[in-house]
Write a protein that binds this ligand. Sequence first.
Ligand code: ZN
Length: 395
Amino acid sequence: MTNLKLPERVTLCEVGPRDGLQNEKTILSTQQKIELIERMVDAGARVIEIGSFVHPKAVPAMADTADVARGIKKKDGVEYRALALNKKGIERAYEAGVTKAKLTVSASPTHSRQNSNASPEEIVASFRDCADYAREHGITMSGAIATAFGYYAEGVIGLDLITPIVDKYLEIGVEELSMSDSTGFANPKQVYEYMSYLLERYPQVRWTLHTHNTRGMAMANIFAAMQAGVTRFDSSFAGIGGCPFAPGASGNIATEDVVYMMREMGIETGYDLEKILDVAETVSDWLGHDADSALMKVERRKDRGGETCSSAEDSPSAAKKTATVERRDVESKTIRSIGYEPVAQILEVEFRNGEIYQYSPVPTLVYAEFLNAGSYGTYMEDAIRDAGYVEKKIK
Ligand code: ZN
C-alpha cells in the first residue's frame, strides 16, 4: 500500500553552536555556549558541532571555540565536532581535545576561485596535510561540500561538479561527507536525484544533508533525501543564523521542527522534543529575537514587539532602501570576499564621503570573511571599515 521509503531512525547533527551562532549579531559568552551544548546533549544530541577553528578576527563569534571545547562536560558516545579550514585549524582542534573535525569546500568553481584562487578539487587536494595530521593524532575527519546544489554565479550546481570533489575527498581518506545547501537553492526533486545518485555511486561514503531554510524548502528537501536513503541531517536549535544580510531569511532548519516531523512519522531521533524547545527558548532569549521555527511559534509564542530579523533596521538591505545616492559623487568598489563555509560572494559597495550608501548585490545571505579583516554577518560593516574602505558606519 505504501511506497514511502522511511528509515526507522535518523541521526541529527546539531549545528546551532557553530553555523547558527556564527551568523548572529549577538555573541554569546563561552559559558552560555557551553550551557547550550550540554543541554542539547542532554536533550538527545549525539552529534554536535561546537564551533570552528578559524581566524578569530574573521569570525569573532567563534573565537572562543577552544575554551568551549575544553569547558564542556563531555558525554560518552557523543561526537563533538568542530569546523576547521586548514592544518592550523586542525592543530588547534587537537590541542583543545577535539576528536572530530570537518573541512569544507565550495562546490562552485567561481566561489572557489574568488576565495582561494583554486578549483574545488585543488582545495580538497590541499587538505591532504590536514587529513594526514588528523589521522596521526586520532582525529576523525569529515568533509562538507558547500553550495552543493546551487550558487549565485552558476545557478544550479551540476552533479558533474560534485563527483570530482567527492573523488578528491576519498583520495585523501575522508569518507564522511555532507552535501550542504548553503544558499537554500535546493529543491526536493534535485535533492532526491543528487542523493540517489551519490549513494549509489559512493556506497562507502557516510552522507549527510545540510539544509538552510532560506526559501522554505528545507523540510521537503530532508524528506526527499530520506526517500533517497539519507539518514543523517544537520539542523540548528531555534533555526537560528543567516538573517543579517537577507532580512527575513531563515538560517538552518530548526532542530525542533525536524524532530517533530520525524516523531510524527514514527522515526526515531533520540531527542526529547520538550527539552529542545526549552533550549530554543533560552537561545531566542539570549539572542533577543524570536526563534525561526514553526514549532516555537505554536508552542512557545512570545510577543517581542516584532523585534525579529525581518525588521532589523541596521541591516545593509534596509539601509539600501532608504539611502539617497547621488550618482556623480559615488565611487564604487568591489570587495572580494574570501568566505568559506556557506555563501561568500563578491560584494559591491558604493560609498561617498566615507559613508556606505549601497551594497549590491543584495539581498542575499552573505556569510563572508572580507579581506581577512572581515567577519561574518553584521560585522561586515566593521570589516569593510577595518579594511580601510570607509570610516563611518552605515546609518
Ligand atoms: Zn550551513
